[in-house]
Design a binder for this molecule. Sequence first.
Ligand code: GAR
Length: 198
Amino acid sequence: MSGVNKNIVILISGSGSNMAAIVKAAQQHHWREQFGARVVAVISNKADAKGLVFAREQGMATAVVDHKAFDSREAFDAELMFAIDRHAPDLVVLAGFMRILTPGFVAHYAGRIINIHPSLLPAFPGLHTHQRAIDMGCQFAGATVHQVTSELDHGDILAQAVVPVLPSDTAQTLAERVLTQEHLIYPRAVERLLAAWS
Ligand code: GAR
């Protein structure tokens, strides 16, 4: 941790609604005054990620590291680390960042990198979580905030939210119900970490 200031870097790949929820919580709950914490940069592996527009509107630093420009995961992760470390992060927040990270990348940020996954882990790591929950006949689904380890969608659980699976649900309607809860639990989980570090 860099002295009293805590820099948060958020990684996104798409709409960035979790990132926006965290940025809004930081403003509304005065993270800067309370914890010396601020979101310093939003980085995406996709130039057209919608969330970048919001981040720029907020006046935050943004960067794009396009995974397609690299011929190995290691090379991409090295460049991504370079882009992240420019901002001296105390916390790296994966918010819909849809890349599998190398063990070296995860080790570099050990203890200061977290993720949100749209299932009740340890159920349904990986992709298509909502359809898989429906197909299994799950009566409940949800989301999990967890520490990132080199094992995909694994690591200590920091927060979870549970929603019912309704008989009429499609993957889309279930995803929307879960996402609403993600917007509540992710900022809260970040805030709890900042409070614990203060
Ligand atoms: C969220 O549902 C998040 O849990 C999921 O992607 C969505 C991103 O939405 N993440 C994963 O599936 C990671 N494996 P957002 O860009 O609007 O925050």
